[in-house]
Design a protein around this ligand. Structure first.
Ligand SMILES: [Zn+2]
Length: 201
């Protein structure tokens, strides 16, 4: 339990004025026995895909939707991309990950989905985390984490995906945050200017 608290502190640190180094100094280096926890691991291999998600998130803003994007990757190749379309499609369920999972289920078989990684600009919400799980996609990599988004956008339903997936019988690997400063900058450039006190996704 103590370890879990430390994880949250470290994962959320970039939203604070302190840096990773300062927080590690304050609480001690956390041990990381579980494969899904990687806040301090080398995430270089994931960065190009997270950057693509950030570009997609900016495209979503350009078309009048919220700043979220996602890509589906297999063997290092991007198979599908999606953006948030909640306004352009007048459908609140059209989060980027939901759009991606819907496409993926229509176009790919279960065996292929089981070898894919879903990259997303921001840690998926409870709805999208459920959809990713039910699609059988075994790995999620996110940029900005849900707590950071909640802090910026006054989120009202913040559920870290690891907490939700911990209740599932089939394991899903969750990796992130990856390039969180860029993800936070994207949200900071959007929510306060657009809404002031706003609702995230
Ligand atoms: Zn969502």
């Amino acid at each position: 339990m103590v370890l879990a608290v430390r994880r949250e502190v470290v994962c959320a640190v970039y939203a604070k004025p302190l840096g990773y180094t300062a927080v590690i100094w304050a609480i001690g280096m956390p041990t990381m026995p579980e494969t899904s926890y990687n806040c301090l691991m080398d995430t270089t291999e994931h960065e190009p895909f997270i950057r693509q998600c950030y570009e997609l998130a900016q495209q979503a803003v350009a078309q009048g939707d919220h700043p979220f994007g996602a890509v589906l990757v297999k063997d290092g190749q991007v198979l599908l991309t999606a953006v948030n379309t909640i306004f352009s499609q007048r459908d609140i369920t059209r989060h980027a990950e939901m759009n991606l999972v819907s496409q993926a289920c229509r176009l790919l078989d279960g065996e292929t989905l089981a070898q894919c990684t879903l990259y997303t600009s921001t840690e998926p919400c409870a709805m999208c985390t459920g959809a990713i799980f039910w699609a059988g996609i075994p790995t999620i990599v996110y940029g900005c984490d849900a707590v950071a988004l909640g802090n910026i956008a006054t989120g009202r339903f913040v559920v870290p995906s690891r907490e939700l997936l911990a209740r599932a019988t089939r394991p899903t690997t969750v990796i992130g945050p990856v390039l969180p400063e860029e993800g936070c900058a994207l949200h900071l450039a959007y929510w306060p200017l657009r809404y002031g006190q706003s609702l995230a996704e």
